[in-house]
Design a protein around this ligand. Structure first.
Ligand code: COA
Length: 173
């Protein structure tokens, strides 16, 4: 059966109630430890990516209330290092829900708890796909953006999705 047909039927029968952005919003804080650092005392990019995946997954689960897998992570730039002893602050929320996938935004900051100074490390956009017990994609609740900022993120997530789909089609052709 064509995928769009399958989901449009399910949609009509079992439309899920919409959820607010607030329901998924998450703040995760870790201490930057020496075992996660390079010899210069800067936290490894791979460690930050691991934390981004977890912060994104928590926001996803809060939104969907079901199992989900990471389908993709968009391009990442590390703007400022995180030093050993600083706090790693990750703020995540669902930007938009599609049919079985959602886009989550994760902003990462370093925070010096002595001076209180915060620096932006990176912003990541991840796509998670909700799955059923057989591992097949399953419907996600719609997102209801309320504030101006939430509507902006919702709109931009739609643009990024178009770009991802086009890039994927290019890679697979
Ligand atoms: C992600 C996964 C479930 C998609 O399965 P699939 O059979 O290709 O699913 P479909 O083609 O029907 O697409 C399902 C949804 O995923 C989205 N999707 C699939 N691959 C994607 C990708 N690479 N990037 C962004 N979205 C993707 C589709 O756009 C679709 O979204 P929609 O329903 O909201 O329109 C499957 O590829 C998978 O299980 N991957 C491994 C995930 C994993 O284990 N991650 C942890 C790291 S190993």
């Amino acid at each position: 059966m064509k995928r769009s047909v399958k989901f449009s039927k399910v949609n009509r029968k079992n439309a899920l109630p919409g959820r607010s952005v607030r329901a998924s919003r998450t703040e995760m804080i870790e201490v930057a430890l020496p075992e996660d650092a390079n010899p210069l005392g800067n936290i490894l990019g791979g460690r930050v990516m691991h934390l981004i995946d977890i912060a994104g997954a928590i926001a996803t689960h809060r939104h969907c209330h079901r199992q989900a897998v990471t389908a993709s992570v968009d391009h990442l730039d590390f703007l400022n290092p995180i030093r050993v002893g600083e706090l790693i602050v990750l703020e995540s929320q669902v930007n938009r829900a599609f049919t079985t996938s959602i886009e989550v935004g994760v902003e990462v900051f370093s925070e010096n708890f002595i001076t209180g100074e915060r620096k932006h490390t990176t912003t990541a956009f991840l796509t998670f796909v909700a799955i059923d017990q057989s591992g097949n994609p399953s419907l996600v609740p719609p997102l209801i953006p309320k504030t101006h900022e939430e509507r902006r993120r919702y709109r931009e997530a739609g643009e990024r999705r178009k770009a991802r789909i086009a890039a994927r089609a290019k890679r697979t052709n």
